[in-house]
Ligand binder design. Structure first.
Ligand code: CA
Length: 235
């Protein structure tokens, strides 16, 4: 099994180093972010399994990152790091959807125990969207990033393609704008991208899904608005 990847968002270099070293020692893959902007970018855009999130950060604060990440990735495990004695932060973090918290200063052992526990809980928790099925026999497994066509042929999806479908499925019933897709699926990188990027990804995704161009079922174009999940069943 692939080793879990942990995103560490912490501006204090010594603390960040301590976190990264402890996690690497315990055989996690680690991605680092030294401020809130980079942190949010990676939280919503990078492939991560868990986020360790400091709340007091330059550029964008931790609670904002928490809220944005929750919107884009409702089930991604997030552990917040709070300073000793700041109970308000802790409560705000948990109310904002954090899975757990660790109080600084912390021991590596305690930190790793919490990371391990939160990852275990999340593995048992069902995903927001596991499978999307059309009534013509086609199905998409978001979990396996795979399309199965009516004749049984299987095609792999990229992470982005699966995330686009997942985001449309989570928001089924309403049209999602290209800008929103860029921000939610690509993260802050979106500012450097054009909304046409979305159209190109959607075109490729529709190809893989074997969509009928005049009557797509999975990804429907809503003129003047964006895209919307069509006549499919979300499981
Ligand atoms: Ca800090």
């Amino acid at each position: 099994m692939k080793r879990p990847t942990v995103l560490v968002v912490e501006d204090e270099p010594a603390i960040r180093r301590g976190l990264v070293d402890a996690l690497r020692f315990a055989h996690y893959e680690v991605i680092e972010a030294e401020d809130g902007r980079v942190g949010l970018d990676r939280a919503v855009g990078a492939e991560v399994d868990l986020i360790l999130l400091d709340l007091m950060l330059p550029e964008i604060d931790g609670l904002t990152i928490l809220a944005e990440t929750r919107k884009a990735r409702p089930t991604l495990p997030i552990i917040i790091l709070t300073a000793k004695g700041s109970e308000d932060d802790r409560v705000a973090g948990l109310q904002g959807g954090a899975d757990d918290y660790v109080v600084k200063p912390f021991s590596a052992r305690e930190l790793l125990a919490r990371v391990d526990a939160v990852l275990r809980r999340s593995a048992e928790r069902p995903r927001a969207v596991e499978q999307i099925e059309a009534d013509d026999g086609r199905a998409v497994s978001i979990e396996r990033r795979e399309v199965s066509l009516a004749d049984g042929e299987r095609r792999s999806l990229t992470d982005r393609e699966a995330q686009i479908l997942e985001f449309l499925a989570v928001n089924a019933g309403r049209a999602v704008s290209r800008r929103e897709l860029l921000e939610r699926v690509w993260g802050l990188d979106a500012r450097r991208l054009e909304t046409r990027t979305i159209d190109m990804h959607v075109a490729r995704l529709r190809d893989k899904l074997g969509e009928d161009k005049t009557a797509p079922k999975f990804v429907v174009t809503v003129r003047g608005k964006g895209y919307m999940l069509g006549e499919v069943e979300v499981k």
